[in-house]
Design a protein. Structure first.
Length: 103
């Protein structure tokens, strides 16, 4: 595919790149070469080739993604200067109290 100066000018406008008029000829040749190379890649037979995320085939160790509350609310609140107990006296999560900053 060959790009002319008008197409390169439109691409530059869409990409919000200022390209001087005297550079449009050279840029159109460069972009045409790049597009030609990408078109060559479309000719490669990739039938039966699995997609890759890395050139090295490896499996990373994974852990189960489990949601927990941490179970350490009381330990954390022990550091608070003026903790607010949990509603209803439950062992769950109390709150940190902070000074009022809005008047």
């Amino acid at each position: 595919m060959s790009l002319d100066k008008d197409t390169v000018r439109k691409i530059a406008i869409l990409a919000r790149i200022r390209v001087p008029a005297d550079a449009l000829d050279g840029l159109s040749v460069e972009l045409s070469n790049i597009i030609g190379w990408v078109e060559q890649l479309n000719e490669v037979d990739t039938e039966g080739v699995e997609p890759m995320t890395s050139v090295a085939d490896m499996d990373w160790p994974r852990r189960d993604d489990e949601i927990t509350d941490g179970g350490r609310a009381q330990d954390i609140l022990a550091n608070a200067t003026d903790p607010e107990p949990a509603p209803g006296g439950k062992d769950g999560g109390g709150f940190f109290t902070v000074p009022k900053v809005v008047e």
